[in-house]
Design a protein. Structure first.
Lengths: 246, 250
């Protein structure tokens, strides 16, 4: 029964977050501010992980494609499809759920326990709208950019490390990444990125917003936010794959 | 003027406030005193709408706050300034940004007008050269002063202070108390102060309500509280050796 309680409270909070803003110009500034914190601030970690994942997929694929019946350009196909279909939208989102999610939950949780949210309410400001709405919008707008960035760097990483290790040639890799390319797969990845971004921003925000107690509870809220958003990302990954690909 | 009538509040079946009525006068420093856990902060949170009351009425200049809808309550809240126990300053904003924040939200002032207003409020609380500092870089007393500056930035009609001098040294406490008193009289606002500091009560209290175990036990002025023979009030007022000695002396 507690699940229904949390679902109900979550949807009420989201409805409040999407309520009429007190001053649109301030909310727009907040969205850009959050894009910088949540999005631009994540470029580094996304870049590092994507490059190395692309490289690892290239080397592992080349190692496994031992049969002479499988052409070596299949390495390029494997890297491209792994990055576009799953790694960039889902795994990057899981990593962001840890990095961004914990930051959102602890920021809002700290504001709750230090009465900053009460201060906003007393001023007549919709605290849910002011704190959560810009984070959701910034995340939904910027996550697809991070995903495309990850796709590009993953494939580039595979190319560079593939050539450096000599497991695949220049021609085979480039032929592989262009072979049978379906633009719809990118659209599918972007839809997933948008949905996951909503989860990454809203679920930890919910846990942070309803923190009660002190520093210990802020930590617990942060952990809960990351765990629940990660589980939801995996669940929605399955649902969206079933709906959009099958 | 704020009137509260027959306020009841309970948490999980435990009565925290029982039938509390009081009138908080405009231009006066109205104080709610009582032991820790007596229900002072709960009453304050009920008055500003952070906690819902079980029954009773809260009237802001005749407007029944409890009967207002969400949007109407927001309008009343725009007339409220509040000084929280810990200051509740926004950590990510500088002192100046904290003070300009409510101005930006509710007025169409230009950047320079906002800055001027913030500077005026900060100077009013005797805080100079701290505009660019963050809350983590200033002392507890300075935080309280910034919080007062933020509270008066949009010229509130009602000012609530939750233990304004907790955690402050006696000298800074008096500065904060006097500041609250001066602002109350200068802007003719209705001020409600929660405290358990008897120095504050004697220094600035005009109307005093003593809460004991969730009930309004006594009310009167700062002169009357020193002369009362009520056992619970006396136990609270003369709890320290210094106050006991003072009583026997005079």
């Amino acid at each position: 029964m507690k699940v229904f309680y949390h679902f109900g409270r979550y949807f009420i909070l989201i409805k409040r977050a999407f309520g009429k803003p007190e001053k649109i110009s301030i909310y727009i500034d907040r969205i850009f501010e959050e894009m910088n914190i949540l999005g631009v601030g994540s470029l580094g970690i996304v870049a590092i992980i994507s490059i190395f994942m692309g490289a690892v997929i290239t080397i592992q694929s080349a190692f496994n494609f031992e049969s002479p019946l499988i052409p070596l350009y299949a390495v390029g196909v494997a890297v491209r499809d792994s990055m576009i279909l799953e790694f960039s939208p889902a795994i990057v989102s899981l990593i962001l759920a840890g990095k961004v999610g914990s930051s959102i939950a602890s920021e809002i949780g700290t504001m709750r326990v230090s009465e900053q949210i009460d201060a906003l309410e007393i001023m007549g400001i919709n605290s849910a709208g002011y704190l959560i709405f810009p984070k959701i919008i910034a995340s939904v707008l910027f996550n697809p950019i991070l995903v495309v960035f990850s796709m590009f760097l993953g494939i580039l990483g595979g190319y560079v490390f593939g050539l450096m290790s000599g497991v695949v040639s220049d021609y085979e890799y480039i032929y592989g990444i262009t072979y049978g390319f379906r633009p719809y797969n990118v659209m599918y990845a972007l839809v997933k990125a948008g949905v996951f971004a909503f989860i990454i921003a809203s679920v930890p925000a919910y846990h942070g917003y309803y923190t009660s107690g002190g520093a210990l509870e802020v930590g617990r809220s942060s952990t809960k936010g990351v765990v629940y958003s990660s589980v939801l990302i995996l669940a929605f990954d399955l649902i969206l794959t079933q709906l959009l690909l099958v | 003027m704020i009137e509260i009538k027959n306020i009841f509040k309970s948490f999980s079946g435990r009565n925290v406030l029982n039938d509390i009525s009081f009138t908080f006068e405009t231009g006066k420093t109205n104080m709610i005193i009582g032991e820790s856990g007596s229900g002072k902060t709960t009453l304050l949170k009920c008055m500003v709408g952070l906690n819902e009351i079980d029954s009773g009425q809260i009237l802001y200049d005749g407007r029944s706050f409890t009967d207002l809808n969400f949007m109407e309550k927001k309008e009343v809240r725009k007339e409220i300034g509040m000084l929280f126990q810990g200051g509740a300053l926004f950590d990510s904003k500088t002192v100046e940004e904290n003070v300009t924040f409510p101005i930006s939200m509710f007025t169409n002032m230009s950047e320079s007008e906002k800055r001027d207003r913030a500077n005026f409020c900060l100077q009013r609380v005797n805080l100079n050269n701290a505009n660019k500092l963050y809350p983590s870089e200033i002392s507890g007393g300075m935080k309280k002063r910034v919080a007062i500056a933020r509270a008066i930035a949009v010229q509130p009609k009602y000012l609530f202070c939750d233990e304004p001098n907790s955690g402050l040294d006696p000298k800074t406490s008096i500065v904060i108390d006097n500041l609250i008193k001066e602002i109350t009289e200068e802007y003719n606002i209705t001020t409600v102060v929660i405290t358990h500091d008897m120095n504050s009560v004697i220094e600035i209290g005009d109307n005093i309500m003593f809460i004991y175990k969730g009930n309004k036990h006594w009310e009167g002025s700062k002169h009357e509280i020193l002369k009362t023979h009520d056992q619970e009030v006396c136990d609270f007022v003369y709890a320290t050796k210094f106050m006991k000695d003072l009583k026997t002396k005079f």
